[in-house]
Design a binder for this molecule. Sequence first.
Ligand code: GLU
Length: 418
Amino acid sequence: MSDETNPFESLQTQIDDAAAYLDVGDDVIERLKYPERVLEANLTIERDDGELERFTAFRSQFNGDRGPYKGGIRYHPQVSRDEVKALSGWMTYKTAIVDIPLGGGKGGIIIDPDDYSEAELERLTRSFAKELRPLIGEDRDVPAPDVNTGQREMNWIKDTYETLENTTEPGVITGKALDSGGSEGRVEATGRSTVLAAREAFDYLDKDLEGATVAVQGYGNAGWIAAKLIDEMGATVVAASDSSGGIYNADGFDPVAAKDYKNETGSIVGYEESEQKLTNEDVLTLDVDLLIPAALENAIDADLAKDVTADVISEAANGPLTPKADEVLEEKDVFVIPDILANAGGVTVSYFEWVQNRQRFYWSEERVNEELETVIVDAFDALVDTYEEHNLENPRTAAYVVAIQRVADAFSEAGSWP
Ligand code: GLU
């Protein structure tokens, strides 16, 4: 795990790599490398023991040329201004590659939520929602879940916003519980796009997914759902890890039972179907057909990339490969399905949730999954067309070429504003 790679610099490198293939002026590219604005807020809440504690929170609105800013809010000790800026940029190009009418944003609070009670987290979330209130709204900026946040936090934010605004506006936030205006299929959506994209890549590369071996790094919402769905598609999940370590079984294990075990004990390590314990790094370098990094940024740096032996990588996490790792993997002919496509299912179903909220008309899970599949397959086809057209070595660059062009077109077509 590399600590040195600044994710905001990684984003800018990725944009520069694609800019070489684009007919977009340097001045416009410069605009597309920085957030439009970043809110930094200090939130002071009362702990359960009566003491006050201050937390730093951010919301970066990267680009709104194609629609309202869109992106999650994470609670993690590693959150920083630059991390949030990078994540908001990745959101911009993610909504563009899947061609949904939204921009990019991201938020975060520097906190380890495990150290706080539910009541404390509710006070903190409502305090952040109060700070966000002037910036968000269904036509302005629409937050969503991310690392360590979920339906519970989204429901609190919706309630705070609606109470302060004296209105009902469920589309102000996505990833809500079903009874609070959430969408069917939203929880599974990130993992679903990761495996749909992998299926398309295997097909494109003439590889068989049936019987293919898979390793999953990170067993949170994205990772475990990806493991479950890829198993249902006939692949064999042989390894998985979480923050405590990894497990391995050459014949594969039941991903759902492993998740149940994690829910009971706090970790998948020790799960009875595991033949062997692995470290996180072992899981990332295992000789498998498909690797799914589903944890945090910078999981694979250039050094570790030298030992990666998977044929295909589908990035469920945001930014799991450093740009230097990308270079190494490109030389080794590893086909990397970039995060902005592979994990775009989350924001795509958030878009469906927002559409349903605005129409006050709700879809079946079947419809959500079908529409999601169409979006991911179309985006993969657009990536491959550009990959072949420019004879690119790296599918990530192809994704950025498509996405940046779309954002630049929306910006240019809007004309200039004095
Ligand atoms: N946090 C997710 C992501 O990184 C989902 C964002 C959303 O639904 O707006 O894509």
